[in-house]
Design a protein around this ligand. Sequence first.
Ligand code: C5P
Length: 242
Amino acid sequence: MLVNKPGSNGREKFILALDVSDTASAVQLANMTKDYVGVFKIGLQLFLKEGKQIVREVAAFGNPIFLDLKLHDIPATVHNAILSLQDLPLAFLTVHTAGGKEMLTAARKAAEQFENPPVLLGVTVMTSIDDKNAVGTGLQGKISEVVMKRVKLIEEAGIEGVVTSGLEVKELRRKFGSKLKYVIPGIRHFDDKQLDQKRTVTPALALQNGADYLVVGRPVSLAEAPGAAARKLLEEINYALN
Ligand code: C5P
């Protein structure tokens, strides 16, 4: 099975979240943005509605596919769930670090069995959570400290990448070095609507702090002209990299 693989220029760092309701809307959004975006991300909304077929439909555009399921369960269940995805052309797949080191290790072992293993990414703490609304979730201490502990689990489990806020990536690179891939959602311009996101940064700051990839959803998908919004973001990413 052919898997579209990511590269390293500005476009390839740009991950677009196809958070739309069905195949027709996803194909339309992919069509408008495919020339500016590196990777297409398929999340829970689209995957649960359309199933595995949506991955194949979007992969036909030629861009690498990121399946964002944030798997979090007992180690055996996550292991077997990942094995169930072996027939899909995945470049990236997410698991949630709250599942612990044993679960992350089980996830890695399952991914290693793929003909073309996806890069596994461990989600640290959702970017929609900040220190204030973390109170009540049972998280102990500051979010930035929780993130550090969870990235340690990622490192120990031998997982390749981290999904976290652009606010933490500089310190993570300092502490864990450059062997991990840093994937940053919660990307917002100062005049963008925050919506439900809390730990946000601008595209330029995320890159300056050491992001390998930026995940952008609604600033593009809800724009009046998604193609133009994606093109502008790509120009901004390229400008920040040069
Ligand atoms: O629309 P917006 O730019 O906020 O979309 C961010 C995307 O990144 C969503 O698809 C969301 O599921 C995903 N994500 C996130 N925070 C994480 C991990 C993934 O926002 N920690």
